[in-house]
Design a protein around this ligand. Structure first.
Ligand code: NI
Ligand code: MN
Length: 228
């Protein structure tokens, strides 16, 4: 069984029978999240797309409390080990993939800036393509639309795309991205956390239905989608 749950903003929980994988945990200062750091003491893996605060703020503490393996671009993995004493890290880079106990993780490019809270070298911003129990799940993470999405996301079952605009692609570009990606299902993320990224997800879903072959799935915070 594979279940994904939206935790608000760009934070996601991916659960398999034996693993709990957190993507970009941002809970404490996230106005849309209701879960807390302590809810994830049993987390087994952390996937970090980039170092902006709304993706990484709670990650060091969750990693320390849970002993989860942190998967991130090389520079950010190094930051976890050197600045936060996290020994369980997998440093990788865009285009590379790694086989982990729950499945395969490929790091995809993202068209976005990157930095770490203390100014340490952060490398590139990234997305993740996960293959878990035969299902391909593409987390574009913070990004603009780019043509190579079509290559990296070929054959995906589920795509999770930002729609909030301003810092990432917005509604119209996400619809164009869905045409490139051609997933069976698409879920919106990175919206309605704060007024500058307010979006009506139902209007987005209507456009997706009109212009693409994908099925839009809007989750409320803490709501889940079973993928397999
Ligand atoms: Ni960002
Ligand atoms: Mn962000």
């Amino acid at each position: 069984m594979t279940i994904i749950t939206w935790l608000g903003h760009a934070s996601w929980l991916i659960e398999t029978d034996q693993h709990k994988i957190l993507l970009d945990p941002f809970l404490t200062d996230n106005p849309s999240a209701t879960k807390e750091i302590d809810d994830f003491r049993d987390c087994t893996h952390l996937l970090i797309s980039h170092g902006h605060f709304d993706h990484i703020a709670d990650a060091p503490q969750i990693a320390s409390q849970s002993d989860a393996t942190v998967v991130a671009i090389f520079e950010i993995a190094q930051w976890f080990s050197e600045k936060h004493g996290i020994s369980n890290t997998v440093g990788m880079n865009v285009g590379g993939e790694v086989h982990l106990p729950f499945g395969v993780v490929k790091m995809t490019p993202a068209l976005h800036s990157n930095s770490l809270p203390d100014g340490s070298p952060s490398g590139l911003a990234a997305g993740f393509l996960l293959t878990i129990a035969g299902q391909r799940i593409y987390f574009a993470c913070d990004t603009a639309i780019f043509g190579d999405m079509a290559y990296y996301s070929s054959g995906v079952d589920v795509a999770i795309l930002p729609i909030g605009d301003l810092f990432t692609m917005g509604v119209q570009d996400s619809v164009e991205a869905i045409k490139l990606i051609n997933p069976n299902k698409v879920l919106p993320t990175h919206y309605n956390t704060w007024p500058p990224i307010e979006v009506d997800p139902h209007q987005w879903a209507e456009k997706v239905q009109e212009d693409t072959a994908a099925e839009p799935v809007i989750l409320k915070v803490n709501e889940s989608l079973q993928i397999s």
